[in-house]
Design a protein around this ligand. Structure first.
Ligand SMILES: N[C@@H](CCC(=O)N[C@@H](CS)C(=O)NCC(=O)O)C(=O)O
Length: 217
């Protein structure tokens, strides 16, 4: 029985929360969930016991706190090596980690212009050139992962790994803002959307009534 607890923000909006949640769920790692609605009057007070600079996600494992998405994913992969959170093949693992790290450090245009909002759909949403460039790079990364996978399967590296957790919220942005998808990107987006854990997250997000004004375009 695992004592892990994941502190997350609004499922409707919080892409960083979705990533480690999706990782743990798809690896079948048990954890408790603690929801903290963001940008409410009491949010910072509720987050004050955590060493996360008032941000989510945070993973708690007894007296240990792990904050920041990629660190949480790496910690869970280290703690449960039998779950194969990253590809077993050394080169495939390096590529998965490169693509995951690039998601963590880049793509400010798409992150700023297309906030995740699972309650809404924006048909024919105008996409500017910077966002288009981010989207093209993301498609190229997905294709590169697929081409360099050492096993076959529907995930980016064939089998599920941390890189899928990092890009799962991107899929939700692309779908939400009606970005035209084709080839592997279309297949992959459809596969992620229909993942049961993603469906559960979306259903919970749609039930929320809290509004984060800055994430409403
Ligand atoms: N780089 C951080 C980003 C965390 C982050 O910005 N989380 C957002 C929610 S998606 C947050 O807590 N925002 C609240 C705030 O900035 O006050 C990570 O990977 O965990």
């Amino acid at each position: 029985m695992s004592d892990l607890e994941l502190v997350i923000g609004n499922k409707n909006y919080s892409t960083w929360s979705l990533r480690p949640w999706f990782f743990l769920k798809n690896l079948d790692i048990e954890f408790k969930e603690k929801m903290v609605f963001l940008f409410e009057d009491d949010t910072n007070e509720i987050l004050s016991p955590y060493f996360s600079n008032d941000k989510v996600p945070v993973l708690l494992d007894e007296d240990l706190q792990v904050w920041d998405t990629l660190a949480i994913i790496e910690y869970a992969a280290d703690k449960f090596p039998e779950k194969n959170g990253w590809p077993a093949d050394l080169k495939a693992r390096a590529i998965a980690r490169s693509a995951a790290a690039e998601m963590h450090s880049s793509f400010m245009a798409i992150r700023n212009a297309l906030p995740m909002n699972l309650r809404k759909h924006f048909p024919d949403y105008p996409i500017d050139d910077d966002v288009k460039a981010d989207i093209q790079r993301i498609f190229a990364l997905w294709d590169y992962c697929k081409q360099h996978a050492s096993v076959k399967g529907p995930w980016l590296m064939g089998e599920f790994s941390g890189v899928d957790a990092m890009y799962a919220p991107v899929v939700m942005r692309l779908i939400g803002y009606d970005v035209k998808l084709s080839g592997f990107a279309a297949e992959y987006a459809d596969f992620i959307l229909n993942n049961q854990h993603m469906q559960d997250w979306i259903a919970d997000g749609k039930q929320e009534t809290q509004i984060i004004t800055s994430d409403e375009v």
